[in-house]
Design a binder for this molecule. Sequence first.
Ligand code: ATP
Ligand code: SF4
Ligand code: MG
Length: 352
Amino acid sequence: MTTASTPYLSVRDLKVHFPTVDGIVKATDGLSFDLERGKTLGIVGESGSGKSVSSSTILGLHRGTNAQVSGEILLDGTNLLDLDREEMRRMRGREVSMIFQDPLSAMHPYYTVGNQLMEAYQVHHKVGKKVAKARAVEMLDRVGIPNPDKRVNDYPHQFSGGMRQRAMIAMGLINDPGLLIADEPTTALDVTVQAQILDLLQDLQREFNSAIIIITHDLGVVAEMADDVLVMYAGRAVEYGPCNEILTHPEMPYTWGLLSSVPDVAGDTEARLVPIPGSPPSLLNPPSGCAFHPRCAHRDKVPGDLCRTDLPELVAGARGGHHLKRCHLPDPDAIYLTEVLPEIAPDLAKEL
Ligand SMILES: Nc1ncnc2c1ncn2[C@@H]1O[C@H](COP(=O)(O)OP(=O)(O)OP(=O)(O)O)[C@@H](O)[C@H]1O
Ligand code: SF4
Ligand SMILES: [Mg+2]
């Protein structure tokens, strides 16, 4: 059981490495974070930074692949990496479930939405078809599908994109899981539907008291949903801490770059969009030292050649709390407030 001192989910030094003919792809390279029930962690980072590999490993989806996994994934005190295949299968969908980015490919086209919901329920509950169907209709109703008793008999292609995403959420929550992982749950949707889905997830979280991990490229989604944020770069956490703190006092130039690409998160009408130069590194041969150094505009402020030669540790930020950052810069808060913020959000910078 979880006690006050042991969080519901505790990931410790998780490594997921893939040996390939060209070398080892270190998709996740020493990730640690905690999450309580009723709270949301946003994992954010560019494409290929290891977000999906890390979260699907929590769900045991690395099994049967060539992945080399180490570390601990403690859920309510049980290390999921110690479970055998059958134990993990029982855990998946009941205690931990996942909403995938593309519901059309995650749902089977030849079975009705109702049948897929019923199956998800019956895998973990010894109930007949009638009870399972009633549960499927109830869940479709909960996620706002109109006429759920009729729509339960539709096939996935008969649902709109937003409705399919709602149905995926219904499937993810049908067994009342403690932990829900939502991997880019709204990227395929237009802005209005996206906002509705995020509201729905928050309502359901309050009702079910689930812990949620939401994976996204979009700091706007993080600002709306997350209590804590973990910024990933090249398979590692580069900044981690309370959402408000990271959005207002980020201490790592990569996070500054992410904020610069969505500057209106802070509500500045004069905000300027400044994309991060260059592209994400290969995880096969990541850059030496700080993996962000080839793209970092601030490395000259660090003495010597440290950024290129030494990997910064993940250490406490200047303002305390559980804000951690991985960067050699001596006074990042001052640089952010005097150099970066005036560039990306001049209105906001003037107010501070
Ligand atoms: N089975 C595998 N074998 C080798 N490399 C893999 C394997 N699965 C994933 N990878 C690599 O791991 C890295 C991280 O992938 P991951 O899917 O976690 O990225 P992501 O952060 O979710 O990106 P996106 O935002 O595009 O979804 C990528 O470089 C990917 O190519
Ligand atoms: S360690 Fe150096 S290269 Fe890396 S983010 Fe900090 S300043 Fe930039
Ligand atoms: Mg992904």
